[in-house]
Design a protein around this ligand. Structure first.
Ligand code: SAH
Length: 215
């Protein structure tokens, strides 16, 4: 079922060259994305589109983020091996896998049960073991906090305060904020009461919504 052919590998190398031309310079991010077969996360009817720089539909009317957005967020997050990373919005599991290939210890939350389940099948095929939770990302995972890094892959209406609480001092969050289009922010936690905020341009994500959905 999960076959990574020479053709897929070739298309993936072209995708990496495209990402480089768009300003992604972190070689670890490019290597990780060259190692993750994006077509594994998509319906087989989308196989030939998997390595174009496009967001594509997955289950539950959600989308897999476009490769340049995954690369941009991952580069901003600046993950080192063994760091504890909390991801909100498992979705297809593609971004989760890129973080795993960077050797992060990944905790990921998804609010749609079918997505939570289908991502797990791909993780098994890739022999990676992120810790996957079915729940509401706004609540984070207090039992596993604090995290070195937090990555939000859906559009937050405002800065999710509970998740800032669950970051280490010195920790970093990458989060798209806004309705319609979003501004990408990199938040650094300086102390229990202070954060540094940098902004990085406009993006488009599906909204971050509350509560779990079983369908
Ligand atoms: N990282 C994903 C992106 C999927 S789109 C990928 O690489 O495919 C964003 C995902 O966030 C969707 O699957 C959506 O269901 C999920 N999401 C939205 N609000 C959420 C919330 N409050 N908690 C957890 N997941 C949420």
């Amino acid at each position: 079922m999960f076959v990574d052919s020479f053709k897929h590998k070739g298309m993936r190398r072209l995708m990496i060259e495209h990402l480089r031309s768009k300003g992604i310079s972190d070689q670890r991010v490019l290597d990780a994305m060259n190692n993750v077969p994006r077509h594994f996360f998509l319906d087989s009817s989308l196989d030939t589109l998997a390595y174009e720089d496009k967001a594509l539909e997955i289950l539950c009317k959600q989308t897999i983020s476009q490769p340049s957005t995954v690369a941009f967020q991952t580069q901003l997050l600046d993950v080192s091996p063994f760091e504890k990373v909390l991801e909100i919005g498992t979705g297809s599991g593609y971004q989760t896998s890129v973080l795993c290939f960077l050797k992060a210890r990944v905790y990921t939350i998804e609010r749609f049960k079918p997505l939570h389940n289908s991502a797990q099948m791909v993780f098994d095929a890739l022999k990676i073991r992120p810790k996957c939770f079915f729940g509401d990302g706004y609540l984070g995972l207090p039992a596993f906090a604090p995290f070195d890094k937090v990555l939000i892959t859906c559009a937050a209406p405002s800065l999710p305060k509970e998740l800032v609480k669950q970051m280490k001092i010195g920790g970093v969050m990458v989060v798209p904020i806004g309705e319609g289009t979003q501004t990408m922010y990199r938040i650094k936690k300086l102390s229990e009461t202070e954060i540094d905020v940098q902004s990085y341009g406009e993006f488009k994500f599906v909204p971050m919504l509350k509560e779990r959905k079983f369908y």
